[in-house]
Design a protein around this ligand. Structure first.
Ligand code: 5GP
Ligand code: ZN
Length: 137
């Protein structure tokens, strides 16, 4: 399904022009308009899925294989020192466009891109509680 009100559906299907790094029958990879670093790209499925949990397993599997291939090319082409794959689900997690996408973010030594987190703390009791809650699902 495609959603004509969804900007990423329109970009993925070529109705809105984008700088495209890769395209096949299922996906388009474009450059992000507000890049965290040089070469920050987005992998978009051509069908509309609002987030990871909406994806069919087969599409999810293909998405990671495509992301791996294009991320490798990006890193080599730009001489990046590393690569973050980031994928946000839900407003609380920073998702702003509700069409599944994966961020491919080339990283450069000392680029100061604000992607990583400060490590917090936990306790053995809470770790055990989390494990039991997940097991109960
Ligand atoms: P999210 O916060 O949902 O994980 O990521 C949305 C991303 O899409 C952001 O990095 C934002 O810069 C990018 N973005 C939003 N609108 C457009 C657009 O029209 N074109 C492109 N190329 N990127 C967009
Ligand atoms: Zn869409």
């Amino acid at each position: 399904m495609k959603d004509s009100n969804c900007i990423f559906c329109r970009i993925a299907n070529g109705e809105i022009p984008s700088t495209t790094l890769y395209e096949d029958e299922d996906f388009r990879v474009i450059l992000d308009l507000g890049p965290a670093t040089r070469g920050h790209a987005l992998l978009l499925p051509k069908e509309h899925y609002k987030d990871l949990f909406d994806l069919e397993d087969e599409v999810a599997a293909k998405a990671l294989v495509r992301a791996k291939r294009i991320a490798g090319r990006l890193q080599a082409a730009l001489g990046a020192d590393g690569m973050n794959l980031v994928q946000n689900n839900g407003e609380a997690a920073g998702q702003t466009v509700f069409h599944f996408h994966m961020h491919l973010i080339p990283r450069y030594q000392n680029d100061h891109a604000g992607i990583l987190w400060e490590p917090g703390s936990t306790t053995p009791e809470d770790m055990e509680e989390v494990r039991r809650l997940v097991e109960g699902q």
